[in-house]
Structures are given as structure tokens and as C-alpha cells.
Design a protein around this ligand. Sequence first.
Ligand code: CS2
Ligand code: MN
Length: 357
Amino acid sequence: MKMILRWFAGGDDSVSLKQIKQIPGVSGICTMLSDIPVGEVWPLERLMALKEEVNSAGLELEVIESVNIHEDIKKGLPTRDRYIDNYIKTIENLSKIGVKCLCYNFMPVMDWMRSELAYPLSDGSTALAYDHEEILKMNPADIADGILSNSKGYYMPGWEPERMGQMGEDIKFYQSMSTEDYWNNMKYFLDAVIPYAEKYDVKMAIHPDDPPFSVFGLPKVINSAENMRKFLSLNTSKYNGLTLCTGSLGADLNNDIPAIVREFAAQGRIHFAHIRNIKHSEDKVFTESAHPSQCGDLDMYEIVKAFYDNGFDGYIRPDHGRMIWDEQARPGYGLYDRALGATYLLGLWEAIEKSKK
Ligand code: CS2
Ligand code: MN
């Protein structure tokens, strides 16, 4: 297991590589080239420079999060083949700089969704929050505006402004698509890409849908044990795997996260773990919380133990953090709370490991 942190390249992060290097036990980062338009090839020279920047700070760059999937692939349009070819070329380039794991998502139109980016918690910190009724009152453009205007000037992954103009039309397109067709488009992508992931030894790790239930009638597919089983059976290569995000899946109270981890880690199909806690006030209403079990609904000991017991040897990152100690940073991605999370998770891991000896 390797503990990493997400870091945003290109001067778009308040957190420095030097600071990340000083978090005990963190061996590397995951990042992305956020200025390359979705669907285009990530140039090798850019990747080599990025690797050099990360390595010279004493950190590894073995995980990329994310290379986003062009909407034409998700829609199954004839133009998808060109974008799939580009995706494969990007995988080849990533392999050349030593990347081992590629996190991506297959969510239609938008990536994660929250109703608030700075919801005040009782301890004076703030966190990302979700309230389904609030979301349904807004139209998608308002949600995008809310996220982009509260991001403190930082790029918000999955909310690229150039995609937002298209949003209304894209939503209509997916509303009229059957979920089965959506699965078929996913399989088409996997069958084209996974052989190259094998060839270049880059493990593909899909991120669950966040939230894991449908909003605006859009298809949701990576949201439960049953659907993840279906996803893994679409292409049975080990290179077709999961990013197991506990906070995303945990937003559906029916998901038993330790059981899900046990099942898929035992099959060697989890390559990357995003571990964070969330706290519900009612169904479909929650705030992101500090990582410890006592702060949210998820039992972090049981979750980490499920990874350990089933031989997990991939990457873990503390997913989002709260904003604490007056830090000014990209919502969800400050240094302090994620550093606390990494330390806590490493402590759980050590305790579990030693208790087995
Ligand atoms: C992440 C996702 O910031 C986040 O919420 O967990 O945006 C994640 O990076 C993507 O879904 C992966 O493609
Ligand atoms: Mn996540």
C-alpha cells in the first residue's frame, strides 16, 4: 500500500509539493494536466516535465487522476473512435513516465456534485455538503455557477468551464438514453482501451458516481456492489478495476462499504482507494466530515481492515478534507485536514498490520 495525496499541477494549488513531502508516510501524489482539452492526447514532453517536478520534490508520480472521458464516448457517437485512440495514446505516454494507475470516471455531463462548498460545521470548520432537495430546486446551470463561483479561483476538477456551455443539451441527450445503452457505450470504451492498459501496464481505476443516485434523470452506473460487479464483468481483465471512493459510495446508506471493499479487494480489482468519511442528517443529506470513525457514518477501522485483510497493494489517498485552521485553499483540497486524514489512516494501517503478527 502506498499513501498519496492529490495535488494540482501548473501553479493551481495552494498546497506545495514541499508541504506534501513533509506529511509522514506520504510517498507520492496524483495529479493531472488540467489545461489539455478533454479528448486530446497528453503530450509526452509535458508529462516528462511534470514527473521531473514531482520527483525533484522527493515524491513519486505513479497515479494520474484523472484523464477525463470525452462526452462523445459516453454518448456512443461515431466520433468516439478518434477520442478513444487519443485516450490510448495518452495511456502509452503515461506509461513512459512510470504511471501505474489511472483514475477516471464515466459520469454523464458532470463529475461530483454538491449543494455547498463551504458548509459550516459545529466546530467552526467548513466542508462540502449535499442536500438532494436543494439540488433539485436548482437548475444545472445554477449548480455549475455555484461551484465555479465558490471555488476561490481554483480549477474544479470535472467542472471545466468549457463543458458547462454544453450542459443543458447534454443533459437532454442522456435523459433520452437508456441505461443499457449507457452500459454498452462503457463496454465499447473498455474493450478498446483495456488491452492497451495491459500492454502498457497501467491499471485503469474507475471512480464511483458521486452522488451514487440519479440526479436530473441522468444514468448512474458505478454506485452499488451489484453495479460494480456488472462493471467488472464487462471486461474481466485485472487492468479493468476500481477506484473505491468510500465517501462517494457511502452517500447511499444502503451501501455496506466494508463488505464492498472485502469483495473487490479479494479479487484484486481495487487499484486506488479514496478514503473519507461523511455524516448524514437524513437520507440524501450529508456533509463531508473529518476522517475518524467518530466524526461520520463510516467505520474507518472496518474499512481499512477490509483493505488490509484482502491483500490490497494499491494506492490510498485521503479524499477530500474540511477547511480548518483558517486555511485558504481549493474547497475539499486544503493541506491540513487531508494531512490529518493521511496520518490517521496510516495509524490504522500500522495497528491492523501489527495486530496480525
Ligand atoms: C474526486 C473526483 O474531487 C473529487 O470529488 O473524487 O472528482 C474524481 O477526481 C473524479 O471523479 C475521478 O475521475
Ligand atoms: Mn473520490
